[in-house]
Design a binder for this molecule. Structure first.
Ligand code: NAP
Length: 373
């Protein structure tokens, strides 16, 4: 990294994905300073930093520039930049790497204390919000609350887990796809809205800068997309997440490989995937690029993916909240608002939502089984 200015980056969510991509940002050197807002792992990370066990980069230790117990403390203490810097006290990037749970918490409200608006002189574009989360529609609450701040939407293909507080293991893959977000379709850009164009330009500049930072940190497959292109990547990943994840839970805890090898379940998975594959291009007004795998190819490769459980099944088994809305509810609602029905995905959504509600009700009737919501 040759950037002259100091770049202050804060991650909210020091879990598997957050710690991995944060740690790779500092490996390229330069003026990048990465701080973390932790929660349950605060004590461990504050005292000893993070132990990274990675397949691609070996084992290493990552000590964030600053470690905070919550967003409020991060807001009051700030990034500790030089007094002379024009953006003194402001975070250049706020990277959200929590699980996306808009039915439980509005994360745009959570991060509000550390998001600064653009400066009137135009020198500071506003804190850039980066969302590295699964699902679709994860940007909407942030766009509503921060209409002037650039947003970068990011999709990652990685297998990583926090094995104990402060110890993160990356099992395989590193790919991160990034793209600017104005309204998800870029309609306002086409209609000539000047403010939207500026916002989009600031977002694109941020995408280029993030590409430089992560590439310098050794990530070989950072992929930059335009706005619609990135949304297509989100919907494409959904073909896997929206088919496999709820089906694994609703079929009583079945892994992906076994589901793909069961004749009836395979038909079902293919049906959900085909539905999303057909819906996304109509919603976004652009076909999937040929480079993205078709449902048949995804199912074929899933046959070999033995031993792996989808994250939603792991969350279900551990009584943690599910990313139900961003993986099922939002797609169904977004499609419906564009006149596209997705009956298979809607059925999965309705069934799993009720299963979750009933599970919560049962837990409330057993006072010693505490809810983790
Ligand atoms: N892990 C993967 O392999 C993988 C792969 C692709 C995509 N993804 C996606 O990436 C996103 C992140 O997943 P993940 O696996 O990294 O989840 P994770 O390991 O559960 O990490 C999320 C972290 O966010 C923290 N957090 C939640 N709310 C917070 C708050 N208000 N303030 C501070 N910290 C907060 C959690 O703290 P607590 O520990 O206290 O709950 C946890 O440490 C999800 O959308 C997921 O679907 C994950």
């Amino acid at each position: 990294m040759n950037s002259q200015r100091e770049i202050n980056i804060i991650y909210v969510g020091a879990g598997a994905v957050g710690c991995f991509y944060a740690s790779r940002m500092v490996q390229g050197g330069g003026n990048v300073r990465v701080s973390m807002v932790c929660r349950s792992n605060y004590k461990a990370v504050k005292e000893s930093g993070l132990t990274m066990q990675t397949r691609n980069f070996g084992d290493y230790h990552f000590i964030p520039h600053r470690v905070f117990p919550n967003v409020q403390v991060a807001a009051s203490e700030g990034p500790d930049v030089a007094e002379s810097a024009s953006n003194s006290g402001k975070w250049d990037y706020v990277v959200v790497t929590t699980k996306a749970l808009p039915d439980i918490v509005d994360e745009s409200r959570t991060i509000a204390p550390i998001v600064s608006p653009p400066s009137p002189d135009g020198k500071f574009p506003g804190s850039i919000i980066v969302l590295i989360q699964n699902g679709v529609g994860v940007e909407h609450l942030h766009r509503e609350r921060f209409p002037q701040n650039p947003i970068v939407s990011a999709v990652t293909v990685i297998s990583a887990e926090q094995v104990s507080h402060g110890v993160v293991r990356q099992n395989r893959w590193t790919r991160i796809s990034i793209g600017a977000f104005t309204d998800g379709i870029g309609d306002r850009l086409v209609s000539g809205d000047q403010k939207a164009k500026q916002l989009h330009k600031a977002g694109e500049d941020a995408v280029a800068e993030l590409n430089n930072i992560w590439t310098a940190g050794g990530i070989k497959d950072v992929e930059m997309h335009d706005e619609k292109g990135l949304q297509l990547v989100r919907w494409h990943k959904l073909t896997i997440n929206a088919s496999m994840n709820p089906s694994a839970v609703l079929s009583g805890g079945t892994g992906n490989a076994r589901m793909s090898l069961d004749a009836e379940l395979r038909r079902h998975l293919q049906g959900v995937m085909d539905e999303i594959f057909a819906a996304a291009p109509s919603i976004l007004g652009r076909p999937f690029p040929n480079s993205l795998a078709t449902p048949e190819v995804i199912l074929k490769s899933t046959e070999r993916n033995t031993g792996s459980k989808p994250s939603m099944l792991l969350d279900w088994e551990a009584d943690r909240p599910l990313e139900l809305e961003v993986i099922l509810g939002n797609p169904v609602r977004i499609a419906r608002s564009k006149g596209v029905e997705m009956p298979r995905t809607q059925s999965l959504y309705a069934l799993l939502k009720m299963a979750q509600t009933r599970k919560e009700e049962r837990k409330k009737q057993q006072p010693n089984k505490q809810s983790k919501l």
